[in-house]
Design a protein around this ligand. Structure first.
Ligand code: SF4
Ligand code: SF4
Length: 470
């Protein structure tokens, strides 16, 4: 006899009606009131599944693992854990974040880097050894690079040299991204971007000029906004074929300025490949936003300003890792050839896991294991009891380790935001769904009204809407 899975959640939205969500199949189903009341009974007493109520609905509940046979959840969890391990521990594609220097021309109030006054740039010997490392690690797939720092435009000749060596070596360089403060971008850089396979430039602006200039100053204290904007103007007026993503680091001091600022920038670059996104700044109290405050903020941005924050409203299956720290074949490489597993560890000697110049002697080899194994939610009893485990995928390993090292009471800070905000986020997702459904109707595309069967699938495992036919 199948039973109600603990990975299933029933909820009622005042605004949108009745829903059933399964974290195991990552499927959102909308139901009418009779189906909702039936589900409430079913949750209490699984034998009502046999009373003849809507057999096609019962079949769907079984197919989506909402009603499960004994042992089914355990098998499914094992499969998910196996897939995650294959994804994270496999050699796969190589992803490298390279800091050609840690030097930076900025002195941002919140910078976490510990070595921005170190003017060292990557030496020729390190570049050669990095090439050996890349050839060895990239043998089975594609390579992608993020140019990071410090400020990578301060060592742009090294970006140039390494890219040309990779292209000449036969390694498949899929694409590259440049993470820059945007201040020094000049015509020489712009002309080279396409040849260097840089398909995206991320530049940070922390809001309108009066806010940005108080937070992101030059080392000599001078403001930076005007020059960055004029460089983005030049970038968008150049022959560069890639995109520019403007990142706005958000804390309590600039959160209210984001929406109007985003509108202003998108208007300025209308028709260009420019996007603007908000990013939660890891700043302690009183100015930093907690995870819960951040989620509330993203929900408000949606309802009040129609801004959809990426990856926050529909869960992802816990079958992949989040970042470089989770994957075996992802590394951050500093200017001395030192290797790290986290962007925030750059410049911290105690966090290096090796060095391309000393291939055989890995320093702190346990750090790689610590980031991947210690943050594996499948290992923990409290996670195995948690109904969100199958979709608990956005955990930053560094935050996890920081929050959990002293068993503090704020342990939920390291949990997925869906732990407190699942139904609120799914409501936003449904609101977005309704907009796309309205467009479909206008274009005479088929949609499945709820009234037809009393239930309909709103999203399947990837958060994408299934093809709906009558
Ligand atoms: S561990 Fe966290 S801070 Fe470090 S790279 Fe990953 S997501 Fe970023
Ligand atoms: S980390 Fe938190 S939300 Fe994620 S599975 Fe564990 S207890 Fe649940």
């Amino acid at each position: 006899m199948p039973t109600w899975s603990k990975y299933s959640t029933l909820f009622h939205s005042e605004r949108f009606g009745y829903f059933l969500y399964s974290t195991m199949s990552n499927c959102l189903i909308q139901v009418d009131e009779p189906h909702y009341h039936f589900l409430q009974q079913l949750e209490m007493e699984p034998s009502v599944a046999n009373n003849g109520f809507d057999t096609s609905f019962i079949s769907l509940l079984k197919a989506k693992h909402i009603l499960v046979e004994p042992g089914e959840n355990e098998k499914l969890l094992m499969l998910k854990q196996y897939k995650k391990n294959c994804n994270c521990y496999g050699r796969g594609d190589l992803s490298l974040t390279i800091c050609p220097t840690l030097a930076c021309n900025f002195d941002c109030s919140y910078c976490f880097e510990h070595s921005q006054h170190d003017k060292t740039v990557m030496s020729d010997e390190t570049i050669e050894n990095l090439m050996v490392f890349i050839r060895e690690k990239a043998e089975s797939g594609k390579t992608s690079i993020i140019w990071y720092g410090g400020e990578p435009t301060l060592a742009f000749d090294i970006v140039n040299t390494i890219t040309r060596k990779i292209l000449a070596s036969g390694v498949k360089l899929e694409n590259a991204q440049l993470v820059s403060n945007g201040f020094l971008l000049n015509n020489k850089h712009l002309d080279a971007l396409d040849d260097l396979k840089i398909t995206n430039i991320q530049v940070t602006l922390d809001g309108p000029q009066e806010i940005h200039d108080t937070r992101r100053k030059l080392l000599n204290g001078k403001p930076t906004y005007e020059r960055i904007i004029s460089n983005i103007d030049r970038l968008m007026g150049s022959s560069y074929t890639g995109s520019c993503d403007i990142r706005v680091n958000i804390d309590k001091t600039n959160m209210n300025a984001f929406a109007p600022f985003r509108n202003q920038i998108l208007k300025r670059y209308e028709g260009e490949k420019v996007s603007v996104h908000a990013s939660k700044l890891k700043t302690p109290e009183p100015w930093g936003l907690s995870q819960s405050e951040w989620t509330d903020y993203c929900i408000r941005l949606y309802y009040e300003h129609d801004i959809t924050t990426k990856s926050i409203f529909y869960p992802h299956s816990n079958e992949t890792g989040l970042c470089v720290a989770h994957y075996t074949n992802m590394y951050v490489c500093g200017p001395y050839g030192e290797l790290y597993k986290c962007w925030e560890d750059v410049g911290m000697p105690e966090m290096t896991i090796g060095n391309v110049n000393q291939k055989k002697t890995a320093e702190n080899p346990h750090i790689q294991a610590m980031y991947t194994i210690t943050t594996d939610t499948y290992m923990y009893e409290e996670c195995r009891e948690c109904s969100l485990l199958p979709v608990c995928s956005e955990i930053c390993p560094k935050t996890w380790l920081e929050v959990r090292k002293d068993n503090s009471n704020s342990i939920e800070e390291s949990c997925t935001h869906y732990k407190k905000h699942l139904s609120q986020c799914l409501e936003v997702f449904y609101d977005i769904y309704l907009t796309s459904e309205t467009s479909k109707k206008l274009l005479n595309k088929p949609v499945m009204p709820l009234e037809n069967r009393g239930f309909r699938i709103i999203a399947n495992s990837t958060g994408s809407t299934p093809h709906q036919s009558k």
